[in-house]
Ligand binder design. Sequence first.
Ligand SMILES: [Zn+2]
Length: 300
Amino acid sequence: MKHFFYKLLFILMISCLPFFFFKLSAQEPEKIGERGYYLPTRIVVEFSGEKVVAEKGIPEWASAAVNLINELYPKYDKLLETEGHIPSGTITLRFEDSETIGWNSNTTIGISIRWIKPGERGEKDFGMVAHELVHFVQNYQGGDGTGIPGWATEGIGDYVRHVFYEPEKEMRPVNPDRESYTNGYQISGAFFMWIEDTYDRNFVKKLNLCARKRTYSDNLFVESTGKNLSDLWAEYVEKIIKPLRQENKRIVPATMFPNLMKYKKEFEEHFATLKQEMRPQQQGDEQGRRQGRGQRQQEN
Ligand SMILES: [Zn+2]
């Protein structure tokens, strides 16, 4: 069993090579180029015990999640970029055998293997990682009541997940008699999509900026749309939620919000060009870090 564990650890380290081998001592992520983006400082994969490591399919799941983080993190950073902001760079993915499907702290994304095991409902639920990762990039400093409300933070998380990671996926239905934008997550996420599609393509960027500058008020909705938050929600319920409920349909961002998809495409093209431009610099940076580590090893 021990031998298997080390083999597995090696596989995982290889799968996220740059981030295990470089910048092990750095606390903050490093920006690639002036116009570029941040990369994660370090991705750590943790298993809560031998039973978890030995579980079929879990090491492969972990490896795929690490690849996904490496792919999405710089894109999210560019999308939510604000001057002087540094995202949270060290990400621990912790796999446990627990009843809670997933959880998140400042440093860790916790995932229960009971949810993601082969044959279970969450077997392909990488969207969970795509959502939690947004919080590392948001890196909002809160706690004294001057930040944006929790429902908006979670709404941005699911907005980013469902626009940039899985726009073809059906979103959860809303019951307007019992639920509203304050439920957060997919409900506020889809509400933000509609606002961008209908009124202001930069709404989430503005909301994100308010969160980071700690200047949020509900008035932001008036500035972007000319309507206050409760009127706006009422309009959204009439135009989107009620017709969908009547037809027993769900929101699929890719088909529901064509303007938003156009903005998304523009961003993806811009990001792809940027990534191409940054490639030599990124490789050089990684090589530099590798050499740096080699030197440190010799000194020890
Ligand atoms: Zn969240």
